[in-house]
Design a protein around this ligand. Structure first.
Ligand code: PMP
Length: 362
């Protein structure tokens, strides 16, 4: 039956697929780039006390003042009003596409450029927000292809350019001089440096946003142990932040997330830092173990996951791993740069051992 109301669906939304992730838990859950470590019992107790005192009958603080101050302090930012918070950086990037998408000319859509492969949400969200996605292939080494980017910038004059470094799903950082070149090639575009995985490199490119007024920084608490809270941000100039604030839903961050994230960024911060250090250490151990498996090619990573190429069908291997209690991310399709690849998040030592045992005995 073809109901009339089905014709209401935007034509550009129809061909998209809704984002699906495993909701189930597995003995080794290595598919979503989360931290494998729960918070310790004492920290959870502290959160329970904090939550007991929250005012559930009131709306959240629409300006998330305490959280933005805690975050500004953590990021070394003097003005908290340059931070726009989102329900994850997913929402932060959607707000950029909604607010900074004035078409360059009548009849055109604003263009959103990003390398490919990179975070799938850049392209998908661009379509939903009525922008035109402009993917530009990476080199075979997963670095920025400057000639291709220059051509695409000149041809399409994008409003926004998203550069995730470390990049998802390739795991590597882009060369800083290449990022600088892109920034200089597109002075009338906003270049968003997405440091979702920055904590695992130990460095940040935030200095570039001081040097260049067309650079914004994006970040998230999701990869460092707090994915459940859905707290992400973008740091902009004060002027642009004031504009993007106009498209933010006033109560996007709920009271629970604001309170727990503020605690995590202050009192609980040493725990978060220790967990990040553990993941980095475990990453080195896992890398060694993965290298010992003959049918895998392991790419170097700066993030909390590995991209590996398998000799064989990646989707079949992922299915077999799942039967053994190990969930990893397989990339669909038999062509394109990710064909035959798996993305594997660094787990706890026990999860990683289960993974490696399963890979050895497939
Ligand atoms: N940027 C990159 C590069 C990512 O990989 C992700 C998560 N997959 C995000 C942003 C969004 O993360 P969140 O919405 O959880 O902050």
């Amino acid at each position: 039956m073809n109901s009339k109301v089905e014709e209401l669906v935007k034509h550009r939304v129809k061909p998209l697929s809704a984002y699906r992730a495993f909701a189930k838990s597995f003995p080794a859950k290595l598919d979503a780039n989360e931290s494998p470590w729960p918070l310790p019992a004492a920290a959870r107790q502290r959160i329970a006390e904090l939550v007991a005192d929250l005012s559930f009958h009131r709306y959240p603080d629409a300006g998330a003042h305490a959280l933005r101050e805690a975050l500004a302090m953590r990021l070394g930012v003097s003005d908290p009003d340059t931070l726009v918070l989102g329900v994850g950086s997913d929402e932060a990037l959607a707000m950029l596409m909604r607010g900074l998408s004035q078409p360059r000319a009548a009849g055109l859509q604003a263009r959103v450029m990003y390398p490919e492969p990179s975070f799938v949400m850049y392209g998908m969200r661009a379509i939903v927000e009525d922008c035109e996605p402009i993917p530009v292939p990476l080199t075979s080494q997963f670095q920025l292809d400057l000639a291709a980017m220059q051509m695409a910038i000149e041809r399409t004059r994008p409003n926004l350019i998203f550069l995730a470094t470390p990049n998802n799903p390739t795991g590597n950082c882009f060369r800083e001089e290449d990022i600088v070149r892109v920034i200089e090639l597109a002075p009338d575009a906003l270049v968003i440096i997405d440091e979702a995985y920055g904590a695992f490199t130990g460095k940040t490119l935030a200095a570039l946003s001081v040097r260049y007024d067309n650079v914004a920084m994006m970040g998230t608490l999701s990869k460092i142990g707090l994915a459940a809270l859905r707290v992400g941000w973008v740091r902009l100039s004060r002027k642009l932040a004031d504009e993007v604030e106009k498209v933010r839903q006033p109560y996007n961050l709920n009271t629970l997330s604001q309170a727990v994230a503020t605690l995590a960024l202050t009192e609980l911060w040493p725990i978060i830092e220790a967990q990040i250090a553990d993941i980095r250490q475990e990453r080195t151990r896992l890398e060694g173990m993965l290298h010992s498996i003959p049918y895998l090619t392991v790419f170097p990573t700066d993030a909390n996951f590995f991209l590996v190429r398998v000799a064989g069908d990646a989707e079949d291997i992922a299915k077999e791993l799942l039967e053994r209690g190990v969930s990893v991310r397989a990339f669909k399709g038999s062509t394109g740069p990710l064909a035959g690849h798996l993305r594997i998040t660094v787990g706890t030592p026990a999860e990683n051992e289960l993974l490696v045992y399963a890979l050895r005995t497939l």
